[in-house]
Design a protein around this ligand. Structure first.
Ligand code: CA
Length: 364
């Protein structure tokens, strides 16, 4: 038996002994088990898989000293009570999306993504190098928890529409499933917006309760079967670019861990941000190919007037946050806008002209 598998086995045995109540408290043995609740179904492409992999990597990297036990959506608590489970101490970790907790602070939306917001690399640049993490810590300090970026879906698809959209006029009255601040932008364009859980969308599209719906992108949407009832697949989502997931930990218990275990949690989360993003970047185009070639899906771009009206409505939504009475919401919004205005000079002067030229000239 090599050293690592010996330590792993010892970790499992240690945890088992602690569970019988016969051994000393787990922490005294150097082996502890943390419970991670998630907002995702088990094995859900990209997201549920990412949560499980993050947990497994912490367990492995710590040689079993910190074992993370994953509870998928509904296994311990309903998905949208994951953060509360950490706050009330029934779990030590939550894997989900910060914008699910907008009722705790609207500023949390920025750490998942906001309409016409940052791309995947821009968001991580703001959080890690431009003051984002420090503000995020201030927000979560109010609840005794700490957040880390833990994944990113990339820019999402705009949605599945039963009828083709020729102009912004066609948005009026469309019954569209899209949540959060993005939903408020679509409302401003004239859509009738509703939110519902992933598992309910297909039925609502099929029965005609919805005219349109968005969830994430090809990788997830293929699995959910939307192509069977709506054939117009619009790109890109201008309200959900570069959406991040988070790992939230109980801050007091986190700070009581030895430095190396704290570093493992922090660094594995950082590595998983890139890992999950790579999963979506690799598997979205594969799924899109299947949707087009096997299921006759029509991929379309939104008409320009929708993209333009969407930008105007997005500014209105963000300006409401900037004018908030809550000083932390105002501060977060201002930090985000300042960072975005700097980051976009690179994205729009270097990356965008490059991809535009590649699209135009490169032929294999
Ligand atoms: Ca979405």
């Amino acid at each position: 038996m090599d050293r690592r598998s010996f330590i792993r086995t010892a970790g499992v045995l240690g945890a088992g002994a602690a569970a019988t109540g016969l051994a000393a408290p787990a922490i005294a043995q150097g082996n502890i088990t943390w419970r991670m609740v998630t907002t995702w179904p088990k094995n859900f492409p990209g997201l549920g898989v990412g949560a499980q992999r993050l947990a497994d990597r912490i367990t492995l990297a710590s040689g079993g000293r910190l074992t993370v036990q994953v509870y998928s959506a509904g296994e311990m608590v309903p998905p949208l009570q994951s953060l509360d489970a950490v706050i009330d101490g029934s779990a030590e970790m939550s894997h989900g999306a910060a914008y699910y907790w907008q009722n705790k602070s609207p500023a949390l939306s920025f750490f998942t993504g906001v309409p016409y917001g940052m791309t995947t690399p821009e968001l991580t640049a703001w959080v890690r190098f431009m003051g984002g993490q420090e503000i995020w810590d201030e927000i979560y300090d109010q609840f005794g928890v700490q957040g880390f970026l833990s994944g990113n879906t990339g820019t999402q698809a705009g949605g599945w529409f039963r009828d083709e959209l020729k102009s912004v006029e066609d948005v009026k009255g469309v019954r569209f499933r899209t949540p959060g601040l993005g939903g408020r932008v679509w409302e401003k364009l004239g859509a009738t917006v509703t939110n519902m859980a992933a598992g309910e969308i297909f039925q609502a599209l099929q029965s005609g309760t919805l005219d349109a719906a968005e969830f994430v992108g090809p990788y997830n949407d293929l699995a959910l079967g939307f192509y069977q009832v709506a054939k117009n697949y619009y790109m890109p989502s201008f309200v959900e670019s570069g959406l991040a997931t988070e790992l939230v930990v109980d801050k007091k218990k986190y700070q009581e861990l030895p430095d190396d275990l704290q570093a493992i949690i922090r660094d594995v989360s950082q590595a998983e941000y890139d890992m999950v993003a790579a999963d979506f970047i690799a598997n979205d185009p594969r799924a899109l190919k299947t949707l087009v070639e096997d299921h006759g899906v029509q991929v379309r771009n939104f008409p320009d007037d929708i993209m333009e009206a969407g930008a105007k409505a997005s500014v209105e939504v963000i300006e409401e946050l900037r004018n908030s009475d809550d000083a932390l919401v105002k501060k977060t919004t201002e930090s985000f806008i300042e960072a975005l205005n700097l980051l976009r000079t690179r994205t729009e002067k270097i990356d965008a002209p490059y991809t535009a030229a590649r699209q135009k000239y490169l032929k294999y």
